[in-house]
Write a protein that binds this ligand. Structure first.
Ligand SMILES: Cc1ncc(C[n+]2csc(CCOP(=O)(O)OP(=O)(O)O)c2C)c(N)n1
Ligand SMILES: [Mg+2]
Length: 545
């Protein structure tokens, strides 16, 4: 009879949950989790910091539609996971942190790195739990994975008292679980007919596409509705759920669309700050919200009809209930007015996109990135000015291929999301377009990426600071020490450091060849582009669009 330790049990259950990759920072008392993962054939990605390791795991999970798993040691290792757990929960990305904790025999006596880790993580998690015996580890892993994944995905924390990890049990006495098959919740047919009626009589209908629609792969079903002649606006990380070159894509006329619509149908999104907490709509607009979470239907928005159901199933039922001639003829004028507004707004950017001046206009730099993107590129954008410009200019065409600071507006996600997405989808280009602060906040993740053979392309738009020099020059005392502006450090050297591909660009005409070489290099690449520190975004918000 064979004895196995808790780490092997954890790895075997994770495999049964469809997980083949573990992220973590090697630390006690979780060494057996790492060794168990490796001996069971999982890819184990050893990260440089829990913060960016968890972000890598979250991006991997978002792409794979199963939880990213991060293994952390005790005490400070777990508190380092609090921010990414918060980001995962708020941004509805599935993340499971398995954290080691103090040995039961020392609890209360000031043991090494002793901390009530459940309390430390509880307020940012969907669910927390604590392993209570070695033989039950598979049950607890099964629970944690299910809680992170089902309903609206999010962050969960599972605590492993140290003595239970290394203990061994008789292999035959342990039961493993497989993931349940879960059918998606379908909408109430009467509610579907009511939405169909509302849309048919609307003069200014609007569809909103949230991350939940991306998660449920609702794009093709929503597209059938949109094709009837309805404009739509995507939440930032839902870009690409429908291809951004669809003529009814109205993000470039977002404000007009949100304030002018008389019937709004939200698929899989929340009326939080990203949609102005529901306060930006016309007072008499009829608001319909479709979400898997019933409690989401009470919010700042005056929702008149809530449907608790899967976004894809509901979009399919709605398009079956509507025929091509269903919409009011006046809605065609509404669509056209938004298209014209979007066109005018986009036209306003043209001169910046082709600007030949030096220092480089950041719009020109992003336009060059746009020129090299394959349709299925996974694009991560981070920064203040940089993220706003990328939102306005970089398209996404494929479902779940867009990352940014998300619901919490968290900096530090850019490099790790780009790396995590690259590990999940090694055959696609994963490219991060990042501010210099953004890149610097997680730059050491390039070493992890190089070590595990990931090939992300990281484009650093270096404007020497947080929003370039704008904050330093205009919001801080004159001639005060630099705190918002930064040195023009040679960020491309981070690629040289790990034998990756490095580019440094100062002239606009050199951007495209540098990007082409980086993409052709077959290596992890950092393309450092010096851009104008005085440049800012042309109108609109940096975080929203
Ligand atoms: C975790 C976290 N810390 C701080 C901030 C505040 N913040 C917003 S944008 C930003 C950095 C922007 O600078 P950079 O990445 O260089 O982009 P730029 O605006 O210069 O293009 C910071 C620190 C934040 N949003 N999240
Ligand atoms: Mg900057």
């Amino acid at each position: 009879m064979a004895q196995v330790h808790g780490g092997t049990l954890a790895a075997r259950q994770l495999e049964r949950c469809g997980i083949d990759t573990l992220f973590g920072v090697v630390a006690g008392p979780m060494i057996e989790l790492f060794s168990g993962g490796q001996s069971e054939g999982l890819q184990v990605v050893g990260c440089r910091h829990e913060l960016n390791g968890c972000f890598m795991a979250s991006a991997w999970g978002w792409q794979k539609q199963r939880p990213g798993i991060f293994v952390a040691g005790s005490g400070p290792a777990v508190t380092n996971c609090v921010t990414p757990l918060y980001v995962a929960t708020e941004s509805a990305m599935p993340l499971v942190v398995l954290g080691g904790s103090a040995f039961s025999s020392t609890t209360g006596h000031g043991g090494f790195q002793e901390l009530d880790q459940i309390s430390a993580t509880k307020s940012v998690c969907k669910w927390t739990g604590r392993v209570d015996s070695t033989e039950r580890i598979p049950e607890w892993i099964h629970l944690a994975v299910g809680k992170a994944l089902e309903g609206r995905p999010g962050g969960v924390y599972l605590d492993f008292p140290g003595d239970l990890v290394g203990a061994t049990v008789e292999e035959d006495e342990v039961a493993f679980r497989t993931a349940p098959e879960i059918s998606s919740p379908h909408p109430d047919p009467d509610a579907v007919l009511r939405v169909a009626d509302l849309l048919s009589s609307a003069e200014r209908p609007l569809i909103l596409v949230g991350k939940g629609a991306a998660w449920s792969n609702a794009g093709p079903a929503i597209q059938k509705l949109v094709d009837l002649g309805i404009p739509y606006v995507c939440a930032p990380m839902a870009r690409g759920t429908l291809p951004d070159d669809h003529p009814n894509f109205a993000n470039a006329a977002r404000s007009q669309a949100l304030s002018g619509a008389d019937v709004i149908v939200m698929f899989g999104g929340r009326f939080n700050w990203i949609f102005g907490m529901g306060r930006r709509f016309a007072p008499d607009a009829a608001i319909v919200q479709i979400d898997v979470e019933p409690e989401e239907l009470s919010s700042g928005a005056h929702v008149s009809l809530g449907i608790v159901a899967d976004a894809r199933a509901t979009a399919e039922a709605l398009s079956a209930a509507l025929s091509p001639s269903s919409l009011s003829s006046s809605s065609a004028g509404w669509l056209k007015s938004l298209q014209e507004k979007a066109e005018r707004n986009e036209e306003g950017l043209r001169s910046a996109e082709v600007d030949d001046s030096q220092p480089i206009n950041p719009y020109r730099a992003v336009a060059e990135v746009k020129g090299v993107l394959p349709r299925d590129a996974i694009v991560t954008a981070e920064g203040e000015t940089t993220m706003g410009i990328c939102r306005a200019m970089l398209p996404s065409f494929v479902n779940r291929s867009r990352f940014n600071a998300g619901t919490t507006g968290s900096m530090g996600i850019g490099v790790p999301y780009t790396v995590g997405a690259s590990l999940a989808c090694p055959d696609r280009l994963s490219i991060g377009v990042l501010g210099d602060y953004a890149f610097g906040s997680a730059a050491m993740a390039v070493e992890t990426a190089a070590r595990v053979g990931a090939k992300p392309v990281l484009v650093v738009l270096n404007n020497e600071g947080i929003a370039g020099h704008m904050l330093q020059d205009h919001m801080l005392p004159a001639d005060s020490p630099m705190i918002a502006s930064l040195l023009p450090a040679r960020y491309e050297k981070m690629a040289e450091m790990v034998d990756g591909h490095a580019e440094y660009v100062e002239a606009p005409g050199d951007i495209r060849p540098a990007l082409d070489r980086a993409l052709a290099s077959g290596k992890l690449a950092v393309v450092h582009v010096r851009v104008d520190p005085k440049a800012s975004r042309v109108g609109g918000s940096n975080y929203l669009q």
